[in-house]
Ligand binder design. Structure first.
Ligand code: B3K
Ligand code: ZN
Length: 876
């Protein structure tokens, strides 16, 4: 396949200032007429060839300034349209007629049908499946869209911008015309037509403009969109208050569809959502679902400024909109909920998804320099690490200058297609800082590591940190440059309060942040008479790995006393993680795992600490996952040994705290009306973590069974079902609960996804057969991405012992499914295929089998560019 390189970027010869589209919708034969105003860029030779992108298109007609072209005037293939001798005038009108079949589109890119609703997905390069175009984000065009459809089949006709006109066409057909005054790249184009229900609301912007809000869902599901609407209004207000950004059109519409390749899409004024991230009530959605809905509604809305008003010059700059917008949605959720708890969850997600990417064969810089298939770069690195980079800019500049930089960014680049250099420049300009070393965070892949040793000299009252940085090599970047790492810290004194120190030398230290720029810093703090425990990378100020050598009791002390909630969680989590690694090593050496009493005791203390939020306690008590432990161990992984160690620690903690955990469990039994707010969710989270511990203890499954029957919301019901299925697999209680759940929800695919997920995640070697059987369940479908991800995606990415079964049966299922999905939907298949990205850290037996599996995919003839790219990079 072709490789695209950042250094090859050049502006196009032609622009398309105006785009008029007419759609005559029908499922199998939709006619698209595009009238494109084409403008030759200043300085480009007259008659330079005009080359437009296509993807699987059939050209029906072509004219320039109203005159049909002769066959010799152009060359059209499904993937390209070349007009070798365009008019010499600087501006002309190109009219194209193409024909497409939405009903046959199973890749879910371009114009397709989901449950009889016409909808589009154009990012990154789907617009070229609709008409020939300069399908690149630096081509900004003003769109006017006319949609014609059967009135009965599609009473609702939506596109970007504001509605300009609508009317009847006779013969049962009607039309609507939408006009979007804001020039936009083609990837933000959207069209929706169908028969849907709606909830409406309105929003008055800070400057007093009225915006009509609509969320469109399947008829009968309107009630389930209420939470999404509430989240939307809160997002709109927050962006005004925190970033001074107002909405700019008269309408903002959201449409929920059930067949969607990812979470949602920020098309200008017409966001299209995976219905999983819109529909919720307590009966069908968990607290995690509510939180996701809030975050994704906000994320797509925030794109209106970061992505849409200022877009990307090219796809290498993807993090310009994605990293920044993730940062904005993280801040929004932190403000709406608990900041500390939110931060802990973010870091857990980053470590679970981005770290393995950065530490394996698919590692790439936040701003990649090359790609073969851009769809494979919507990654945790671009999104989550991209967000961390923005957060670090704020840490370095401080909140005021950061906001000033953002203001300058909007002022300077509104209406443009910008680059990462443009973004960094505004912060350099407002702060007079040189961010060139910092910029390596965008350019260099890999997770930096800091090794820290501590020493204290009571005689001189000096506390010293020796800090050494290293950046491990990543594919095609063997030599790394030294990074600028903002390391937030505190010196915690014996009373738990941060110590004041006299001065610091050896690195620049400002506002509680040590700026690491060199390979080695020896940072000396003076005026420290008593030895402190050092709390490093507070709030996770930099996305790095860290190993700190200090007294063993210091970690325990920080877990009890650090004033930074994130670091307190981190300290306890590090202790758990170290214990689990030791247990793994014992297991391999044929010894039984042993745990210190102090650890279980500390778990009990945290569980019962009324000064801590429930949600914080729940997160602290959640042991590192099997994949987290494996990542820390990093080589020669036997997932069964990891699992055994984790089970042993769970049992140890549960046994040591049995009475306290049961008392607390009973005490948390919240009665009263349901609320999805953070405090109520936190209470449920803690109670459900306790349920998991207590279920690990009980010989009988009675407690979880009672929890299941007594549940009045999906959070509790799903937690109980998980405890039964995972802790008591095959028991009568588990079988009955699974059956009851299925009976109750079989008609609701989104709820059935949870049923699939819980079973796919059941640890053990038998699950691969269970998953195979479930793939024949009437509720499963290979064509719906949510179903595939829930059942097979969960199995391959969240079931270490099942997927990595030593005989390779899990990999066999993986190969079959990836190839079957790929035939219809390469994007979803490629995403699924990343499940083996850490195959080299497995023990030799599994490693060999994983390699065979990858080879058998890569040797399959006619692989899509998407899948080939992932598999070949994974094997390289
Ligand atoms: N921008 C879209 C993602 C598009 C993915 C294309 N393969 C959603 C988002 O990040 O907001
Ligand atoms: Zn986004």
């Amino acid at each position: 396949g072709q490789v695209f390189r950042l250094e090859d970027y050049r502006p196009s010869d032609y622009l398309i200032p105006e785009t008029k589209l007419t759609f005559r919708l029908s499922p199998d034969q939709t006619v698209v007429i595009a009238e494109l105003t084409i403008e030759r860029r200043a300085g480009v030779d007259r008659g330079a060839a005009l080359v437009l992108d296509g993807d699987g298109l059939m050209l029906r007609g072509i004219a320039i300034d109203g005159r049909q072209l002769a066959a010799s005037d152009y060359g059209a293939t499904p993937d390209r349209l070349i007009i070798s001798n365009p008019p010499s005038e600087p501006r002309f009108k190109l009219t194209l007629e193409t024909e497409i079949a939405p009903s046959k589109n199973q890749a879910l890119m371009g114009l397709y049908r989901s449950n009889r609703v016409y909808c589009t997905q154009c990012e990154a390069e789907g617009f070229r499946r609709i008409t020939y175009f300069l399908d690149r984000p630096d081509i900004l065009s003003v769109y006017t869209v006319r949609i014609e459809a059967d009135r009965e089949e599609a009473p609702l006709l939506l596109s970007n911008g504001n509605l300009a006109e609508s009317g009847d066409l006779g013969d049962g057909r009607h039309y609507a015309i939408w006009h979007d005054p804001f020039p936009k790249p083609s990837y933000l184009f959207a069209l929706v037509a169908g028969n849907l229900g709606v909830i409406r609301d309105s929003f008055v912007t800070a400057s007093g403009r009225d915006v009509e809000l609509g969320i469109y869902v399947e008829h009968g599901k309107e009630r389930l969109a209420a939470y999404a609407m509430d989240a939307l209004k809160r997002s709109m207000r927050w962006d005004e208050e925190v970033f001074g950004l107002e909405y700019d059109l008269d309408v903002f519409n959201i449409v929920a569809v059930s067949d969607f390749n990812m979470g949602a899409m920020e098309n200008k004024g017409l966001n299209v959502f995976n219905d999983k991230y819109v529909l919720a009530d307590e009966e069908t959605a968990t607290d995690a679902d509510f939180a996701n809905i809030e975050a994704i509604i906000a994320h797509e809305y925030f794109h209106n400024w970061t992505g849409n008003r200022i877009t990307c010059r090219d796809w290498f700059q993807l993090c310009l909109k994605e990293g920044l917008t993730v940062y904005r949605d993280h801040e929004f959720s932190a403000d709406q909920r608990s900041r500390a708890v939110k931060r802990i969850s973010e870091v857990r997600t980053l470590r679970a998804h981005q770290f393995p990417e950065d530490q394996g064969p698919l590692a790439h810089p936040v701003r990649p320099r090359r790609y073969r298939e851009i769809n494979n770069f919507y990654t945790a690195t671009v999104y989550e690490k991209g967000s961390e980079v923005v957060r670090m800019i704020r840490t370095i500049l401080g909140p005021k200058l950061f906001r000033k930089g953002m203001d300058l960014y909007f002022e300077r680049h509104d209406g443009e297609a910008a680059t990462i250099e443009d973004f960094l420049k505004v912060f350099e300009d407002v702060s007079d800082r040189d961010l060139s070393q910092f910029a390596l965070w965008y350019h260099q892949a890999g997770t930096p590591n800091l090794t820290v040793t501590t020493s204290h000299n009571p005689a001189t009252a000096e506390f010293t940190l020796e800090i050494e940085q290293s950046v491990p090599p990543t594919p095609s970047e063997s030599r790394k440059r030294l990074m600028h790492i903002p390391l937030a810290f505190g010196l915690v004194g014996p009373d738990g309060k941060d110590l004041a120190y006299g001065g610091a030398e050896g690195a620049s230290v400002e506002n509680g942040v040590i700026h690491i720029r060199k390979r080695r810093h020896v940072v000396r703090f003076s005026g420290v008479s008593e030895r402190p425990a050092v709390s490093l990378n507070r709030g996770f100020s930099a996305p790095i790995t860290l190993s700190v050598e200090q007294r063993p009791e210091d970690q325990f002390f920080l877990a009890r006393h650090d004033s930074d909630a994130f670091s307190r969680w981190q300290a306890f989590n590090t202790l758990l993680s170290e214990a689990l690694i030791a247990a793994f090593r014992n297991k391999l050496g044929g010894k039984e795992p042993e745990f210190s009493e102090g650890l279980a005791e500390l778990a009990g203390t945290i569980a019962g600490d009324e000064a801590l939020e429930h949600a914080f306690r729940a997160l602290a008590l959640t042991l590192p996952g099997e994949a987290d432990i494996a990542r820390e161990i990093s080589a020669n992984i036997d997932p069964d040994a990891v699992f055994a160690g984790r089970e042993a620690l769970t049992a140890t903690i549960a046994k040591a705290n049995r009475d306290q955990f049961s008392a607390l469990y009973r005490q948390l039994d919240g009665k009263g009306p349901f609320s999805p707010d953070a405090a109520s969710a936190g209470r449920r989270a803690l109670r459900n973590v306790l349920l998991d511990y207590l279920s690990a203890l009980d010989g009988s499954a009675a407690l979880a069974a009672a929890h299941f029957t007594g549940a009045t919301n999906m959070t509790d019901r799903a937690a109980a079902l998980t405890a039964l299925a995972h802790r008591h697999p095959g028991s009568a209680e588990a079988r009955e609960a699974l059956a009851a759940f299925e009976r109750k929800y079989r008609a609701d695919p989104l709820v059935m996804d949870k049923w699939f997920q819980i079973q796919a995640a059941t640890p053990g070697h038998g699950t691969v057969d269970a998953v195979r059987a479930l793939m024949k369940h009437p509720g499963f479908s290979m064509t719906n991405p949510n179903r595939v991800r829930s059942l097979v995606g969960t199995f391959v990415s969240a079931n270490q012992t099942g997927f990595h079964r030593p005989d390779g049966a899990g990999y066999q299922l993986f190969v079959e499914t990836v190839l079957a999905v790929e035939k219809r939907n390469p994007q979803v298949a490629a995403r699924l295929a990343t499940a083996l990205r850490s195959w080299r850290s497995l023990e030799p037996g599994r490693q060999a089998k994983a390699r065979e599996a990858l080879l058998s995919i890569s040797s399959t003839p006619n692989l899509s560019a998407d899948l080939r790219d992932i598999v070949e990079r994974t094997l390289a």
